[in-house]
Design a protein around this ligand. Sequence first.
Ligand SMILES: Nc1nc2c(ncn2[C@@H]2O[C@H](COP(=O)(O)OP(=O)(O)OP(=O)(O)O)[C@@H](O)[C@H]2O)c(=O)[nH]1
Ligand SMILES: [Mg+2]
Ligand SMILES: [Zn+2]
Length: 331
Amino acid sequence: MVTQKEAGKINNPDNNLGSNQPIKDEIKTSSAVVVANYGNKIIVQDENNFRYKCHPRTAISQLVAGDKVLMQPDKSEVDRGLRGEIIAKLPRKNELSRLNSHKKLCPIAANIDFILVVVACVPTPQPELIDRYLVASETLDITPVLVLNKSDLLEEDVKGKKSMWDLLSVYEQLDYEIVPTSAKTHRTRDLKKILKGKTSILVGQSGVGKSSLINDLLDREVSAVGPISKGIHQGTHTTTVAQLFNIDTNVNGSIIDSPGIREFDLWHISKTEVENSFKEFSPFIGKCRFRNCKHRSEPDCAIKEAVSKGLIAGMRLNSFHRITESSRDNS
Ligand SMILES: Nc1nc2c(ncn2[C@@H]2O[C@H](COP(=O)(O)OP(=O)(O)OP(=O)(O)O)[C@@H](O)[C@H]2O)c(=O)[nH]1
Ligand SMILES: [Mg+2]
Ligand SMILES: [Zn+2]
């Protein structure tokens, strides 16, 4: 517990303590974490795992799952612990953001240790989307992990298993960790090891089973699960808001479910940053004949040469082209 006076002492411009708000020493404040922001209400969880429906002081904006805050339970409700006021937002260690349709960067979640990129055989994996998440992780310096969910569907499917591992081996060779799971057959032991004591976020296409994994980890239905559409074998965008869940005392970690997406726009990331995020490119950067080489059809391109020698996967160079094509450097 922190008194409001102490909260005010935290030297942080982002504290956003409402300027005209009275400071009352006698009212205790609690540290809490934002579970979800539903627009008109924000759910937070205090250190004793009690949840409160809160409104923030007017100066506090953009709260997202994983944000650390100071909150004050409503005095009238204190016994029931239902409602409260968020009086300060603490500094973020990092934030994962998405561009909205107006190219405005909107945070999805904050204070993340691992980005868990979930893939499955259904819906069909999109390597470019995986690469986009990896670029975002590398630029934020957050460790990404590839989670291969629905591994139960591959057990009898030799061809499907081979094509999935042909894809994943590209990432394995780049030293990204790959964790097979199945929400259906409760195969989550290896995932739990990663979650231990950390805050992780599940990201990926709609329908890969992010919410199903959460339900399995918590052993109860906490997050809605949707069907895969019959015709096009895609998810049906069931989760609409990022939400944080605590995993049991053995794991003692937090996991954030997030809405599945079709596209992950990286317009705001420069070509150089993208290039640096493709870590296997690094021995060849600066070795092309032209300084501004786009690694397409230019002569003496070190990156293309590395692809022809099998040192860089062609699939990765394709993603690089697609990502840089739609970068702000080209607009
Ligand atoms: N066979 C199998 N099916 C699974 C598994 N995990 C999830 N599913 C199914 O996949 C479908 C989509 O699951 P969700 O958990 O809603 O997927 P999601 O990634 O949360 O989707 P969005 O919220 O739309 O982003 C459901 O029909 C689940 O039953 C799994 O491990 N094995
Ligand atoms: Mg979901
Ligand atoms: Zn080049």
